[in-house]
Design a protein around this ligand. Structure first.
Ligand SMILES: [Zn+2]
Length: 274
């Protein structure tokens, strides 16, 4: 799977959040304005692009931008460590989005994290693994993450919905410090606003075989980038550093878009979090 954000996407997001015009960014990069604009569009950096000064101006790590330009990808994670975890990637509105299904192997109780665009692949997995869907956790209420919520609620009316949104009905709102058990699995949440004001990261522990924690982060961080945060960039980064990248290095990061990654890989390679 390709990275969610190309080099050009990363530069454009950081430039807009930091209110830098293309001419200034081009000057730092040692490029003509047209060349720099083409870089943002295509993600292909001309030979000799000066990543150090460009990164400094855009509050990104220059060496890590250069790494993305050279084609960095997260090392594929061995998902067999977490036997009861499925990734469901669906497409709509010109993009793809990830949802995640986890379950306890003994009780067969299952929890869904975000819904993506389509209910059918989720219904199929729940049936194939003979699960009971008891919880639906929402990372944030952007449309691509909750598009299939209504049909899934219709299909699984007893599943409890959890959301960080203050606009959610009261019985769906997350309670600080609450631990939800799914057989032997434990699910807690941490507030990670910035990309979305109701952004939440779910932490799943208690895996059999002592597999590392799984972090369902929504769009707070991607492999090699992060969800756009516009004028909330300082808050977004602060929460990612304190709530996500502070976890053990082997923790699995399940982002709303793009490939899965780990805390360790993002601490080493993500240009937004040097
Ligand atoms: Zn989003």
């Amino acid at each position: 799977m390709n990275l969610e954000d190309s080099l050009g996407d990363i530069l454009r997001k950081a430039r807009i959040s930091n209110q830098v015009d293309p001419g200034t960014a081009a000057g730092e990069a040692g490029l003509e304005v047209a060349e720099y604009e083409r870089l943002e569009e295509t993600g292909v950096a001309p030979e000799g692009t000066r990543f150090e000064p460009l990164g400094r101006r855009l509050t990104l790590s220059g060496p890590r931008l250069a790494g993305i330009a050279r084609g960095w990808r997260p090392e594929p994670v061995d998902l067999t460590q977490w036997q009861c975890l499925e990734v469901i990637t669906t497409a709509g509105e010109g993009m793809t989005v990830n949802a995640f299904l986890v379950w306890d192997p003994v009780t067969r109780a299952a929890a869904l994290f975000d819904t993506g665009f389509e209910a059918e692949p989720i219904v199929e997995l729940v049936g194939r693994h003979q699960l009971h869907l008891t919880h639906i956790f929402i990372t944030h209420s952007h449309g691509d993450h909750v598009a299939a919520l209504a049909p899934l609620r219709g299909r699984y009316p007893s599943a409890r919905v959890h959301s960080g949104s203050l606009r959610a009905p009261k019985d769906q709102r997350l309670v600080a410090g609450e631990v939800i058990s799914l057989g032997g699995l434990r699910i807690t949440h941490r507030e990670t606003p910035g990309h979305a004001e109701d952004g939440v990261t779910y932490v799943i522990t208690g895996w059999s075989g002592d597999a590392p924690a799984v972090l369902v982060v929504g769009d707070a961080i991607f492999a090699g980038s992060m969800g756009g945060a516009r004028d909330q960039l300082p808050l977004a980064r602060d929460r990612v550093l304190g709530m996500i990248l502070s976890m053990a290095e082997d923790s699995l990061i399940c982002p709303g878009h793009g490939p899965l990654t780990t805390v360790g890989q993002e601490k080493t390679h993500n240009p937004w979090f040097p």
